[in-house]
Write a protein of this length. Sequence first.
Length: 247
Amino acid sequence: MSGQKLLQSFVVLSLLVSGIAQAQMGGRPAPYPGPSYGGGGRGGGGPERGGDRGPGPVRPGPGGGGEDECRRDPRNPRCNNGDDRHGGGYRPGPQPRPPYNPPPRHNPPYNPPYRPPYNPPPVYNPPPSTHNESSIVLNQITRRAGGEWHRITLNYPIRIDYIQTQMLSYSAQIHEAYVTTRSGARYQVRELSGTGTFSSRRASEILNIYEDIIAIDLRIESMGGYADMMVTVVSSDGSTSLSSTRY
């Protein structure tokens, strides 16, 4: 028994030494000396491994898909699921622009400025008039050609501001008008001279005569039937009584 064990140990040792020597010379390890399963193994002495029966799995080439293809051609649309962010490949056409819809203009509502409520100004009663009026009516003014003279006498001579005439019937013309002062001076009343035909009111200018008036002379011609005219004397000095004569 001890001899057989020694023999087996020697055989194993020799096989190991020969395998090491062959590996150093040929670059290939010695085949596994174990049992063979139908001639498998690359050297015929070991168990069959994957790829011993054929060339092994084939790596996908160009056009075959897979990660290698995507690394070789990253622009392939099949690698980026149609996303053209990598550039190249299929690019969709330009999208139609949406219709122009400008934003609404800033148009704030108009707020009128505040205005306080209107308060009408207080009503002031005019001061009492300081003008005094004295009137007389000239009756039966004729149609005599060129007119007829009428003298109005102021029974209490006063200063006169202005003279006003008003037709009561028909129409008439005043050809001339004069006033006579206390000193005997005679002044023409321009606005009552050459008036033309009128049937309403006529007023003289402001008489800037700083003397008392004693008489008013009017040359009047009626333009219809017998006319009636009212003559009013306005004075700030007071009122007076009037009387009339014709000549």
